[in-house]
Ligand binder design. Structure first.
Ligand code: HEM
Length: 455
C-alpha cells in the first residue's frame, strides 16, 4: 500500500445531518455537483456516518478490479439480505467465488440463447395488448408493461411454465418484499423483524409466500433428477440444481438455491424493465433515432418477428441500448465497504469505510463522453470508442462481480425492442415529463404513460 498524498474533501452539510438533506432532495444532481467540485473520490458527511463517493474511472478500477478483495458488500446491503439471503449479488469472498463458479455456466451466452423463443413469445403477448390499446386509443403505462413482461420472462426462464397459475401471486409478493427492503434500507431506526408492526408483518407474509413457492419447486425437481440430466429440459432452476463444484463434486443446498433464485428475480427484472422503459421514451422523443432504428429493422427483419439468429445483426439496436444504459443506467449506484486501510488514487480510505460507486456520474464525464447529455448511439461505434477508459462505462458493473445476467439482458432487450418497435410507435402523453427516480433502479417517476400507434 502506498502513502496517501491527497486529502479527501466534500460538500459542507447542515449540523447533525450533514449532506443527508441534499442527497434526499436530488441524489443524482448532488452526486454530479460533488464530483465536479471535489473530484472523483470525495467525502460525503452524513453526520453520524461518513461515506466516500467514487466516480473517477481509475478509482473505480482500483476498487472493483485491482484490489477488489479489499472491497466487500458490507452492512449497507443488510436490508436486502432479509429477502435475498446470501445470494450472489450480496455474497463475498470464498463463498461468493464458489457460488459464482457454480452459476456461471448457466448464464453463458450459448446457454441463455435457449431463452430467445420464450422472450419472443412473451413479447408477442405484449404486442397483442398494445394492439388493443392502439385500437381503443387508450394510453398504456409502458413502465408497468415492461415490468410485467420482464418479470414473466425471468420467472419462466427459471421455472419454465411450472408457476404459470401462480404468476400474479408471485409478482405481488415480490413487489411487497422489494418495497419493504428498499424502505428498510433507508430507515435507520426500522424496528427489527420480530416486532409485529404492520410493515414487518406484510413483509414476512410476502416472504413466506415466496419461500413456499420456491421451496416447493426445489423439492419437486429434486424428486426428478433425470430432468436435470436431460439436455433439453434445462431451465435455470434445473441448471442450478445440476451444478457441481469442480473440486469437491458438491452441489448447492436448498437454501443456497432459494437465495440464488430470489437474487436472480430481484437483479434480473427491474433492471431490464428500467432499460426498456427508457428506450421507449428515447424513441418517442427522438424521431431521427427512431427512423434509423426502423431502417435497420427493415433490412434485418423485413417485417417478420425477430429470432435468435437476428440478435447479432441488430447492431444499431444494440447501440441504442448501450447509449440508453449510459444515460439512464438502471443501476445508478452501488456500494462497497473496505476491509483494510487502503489508498485510492492518492486518497486515504480507512478500513470499514462505506463507498458509493456512481455509474450515473462516470457516464457523464466529459473526458470520455463529449456533449454528455446528448443521446448519440454512434458513440459506441468501434472507432469512436477507441481510447475510452474502460471503467468510464459500467452499466453492468466491472471486475469479478460483473453482472452475470448481462448477455441474457442484452439479448432480451434486443429481441423485445426489435419486435415491438417494428409494429408500434409510441407517443408521449403530452403533459407528462418523466423524471429519473433514483431508487433500487433509475425508474421514471410516475411511470411512463404513452399512446401506442400501429405502424
Ligand atoms: C439491464 C439489465 C441489468 C443491469 C443494468 C444490471 C446491472 C448489474 C450491475 C451493475 C451489477 C454489479 C453490482 C455490483 O458490483 O455490486 C450486477 C450484478 C449482478 N446481476 Fe445484473 N444487471 C442486469 C440484468 C441482470 C439479469 C437479467 C440477471 C439475471 C437473470 C442479473 C443478475 C445479476 C447478479 C446475480 C449479479 C451479481 C453478480 C456477482 O456479484 O457475482 N442481472 N448487475
Amino acid at each position: 500500500m502506498t502513502t496517501p498524498t491527497r486529502t479527501l474533501t466534500g460538500p459542507r452539510g447542515v449540523p447533525l445531518l450533514g449532506v443527508l438533506p441534499s442527497m434526499a432532495q436530488d441524489a443524482l444532481g448532488f452526486f454530479e455537483r460533488t464530483a465536479s467540485e471535489h473530484g472523483g473520490v470525495a467525502l460525503l458527511d452524513f453526520g453520524l456516518k461518513k461515506l466516500v463517493l467514487i466516480t473517477e474511472p481509475d478509482a473505480i478500477k482500483h476498487v472493483l478490479q485491482d484490489n477488489h478483495r479489499n472491497y466487500v458488500r458490507g452492512r449497507s446491503v443488510d436490508s436486502a439480505r432479509l429477502l435475498l439471503g446470501n445470494g450472489l449479488a450480496l455474497n463475498n469472498g470464498e463463498s461468493w467465488l464458489r457460488q459464482r463458479r457454480l452459476m456461471q455456466p448457466a448464464f453463458h451466452r450459448q446457454r441463455v440463447a435457449r431463452f430467445a423463443d420464450l422472450i419472443v413469445a412473451r413479447a408477442e403477448e405484449t404486442a397483442q395488448s398494445w394492439g388493443r390499446a392502439a385500437a381503443g386509443n387508450q394510453p398504456v403505462d409502458v413502465a408497468d408493461d415492461m415490468m410485467k413482461l420482464t418479470l414473466r420472462i425471468v420467472v419462466e426462464a427459471m421455472f419454465s411454465e411450472d408457476v404459470r397459475d401462480r404468476l400474479d401471486v408471485l409478482g405481488e409478493a415480490f413487489d411487497v418484499a422489494q418495497h419493504f427492503i428498499y424502505w428498510h434500507g433507508r430507515t435507520p431506526l426500522a424496528p427489527p423483524l420480530r416486532v409485529p408492526t404492520p410493515a414487518n408483518r406484510r413483509f414476512l407474509r410476502a416472504r413466506r409466500v415466496l419461500d413456499a413457492i420456491v421451496y416447493d419447486l426445489i423439492r419437486e425437481r429434486r424428486e426428478r433428477p433425470e430432468r436435470q440430466r436431460s439436455a433439453e429440459a434445462h431451465d435455470l432452476l434445473d441448471m442450478l440444481l445440476a451444478s457441481r463444484d469442480a473440486d469437491t463434486g458438491e452441489g448447492m443446498t436448498d437454501t443456497q438455491v432459494r437465495d440464488e433464485v430470489m437474487t436472480i428475480f430481484f437483479a434480473g427484472h427491474e433492471t431490464t424493465m428500467t432499460l426498456l422503459t427508457w428506450v421507449w421514451y428515447v424513441l418517442a422523443t427522438l424521431p431521427e433515432i427512431e427512423s434509423d432504428l426502423l431502417a435497420e429493422l427493415r433490412v434485418v427483419l423485413g417485417g417478420r418477428a425477430p429470432s435468435l439468429e437476428d440478435v447479432q445483426r441488430l447492431e444499431y439496436t444494440d447501440r441504442i441500448l448501450s447509449e440508453t444504459l449510459r444515460l439512464y443506467s438502471p443501476t445508478w449506484m452501488y456500494a462497497r465497504e473496505s476491509v483494510e486501510d487502503d489508498v485510492v488514487c492518492g486518497y486515504p480510505i480507512a478500513r470499514g469505510t462505506s463507498l458509493l460507486i456512481s455509474p450515473y456520474v462516470a457516464h457523464r464525464d466529459r473526458r470520455w463522453w463529449p456533449e454528455p447529455t446528448r443521446f448519440d448511439p454512434d458513440r459506441f461505434l468501434p472507432d469512436r470508442s477507441a481510447g475510452r477508459h474502460r471503467f468510464a462505462y459500467l452499466p453492468f458493473g466491472a471486475g469479478p462481480h460483473l453482472c452475470i445476467g448481462r448477455d441474457l439482458a442484452l439479448m432480451e432487450a434486443r429481441l423485445i425492442v426489435a419486435l415491438l418497435a417494428q409494429r408500434f410507435g409510441l407517443e408521449r402523453v403530452s403533459d407528462h415529463r418523466p423524471q429519473m427516480m433514483p431508487q433500487v433502479t433509475l425508474r421514471p417517476k410516475g411511470g411512463m404513460p404513452m399512446f401506442v400507434r400501429e405502424r
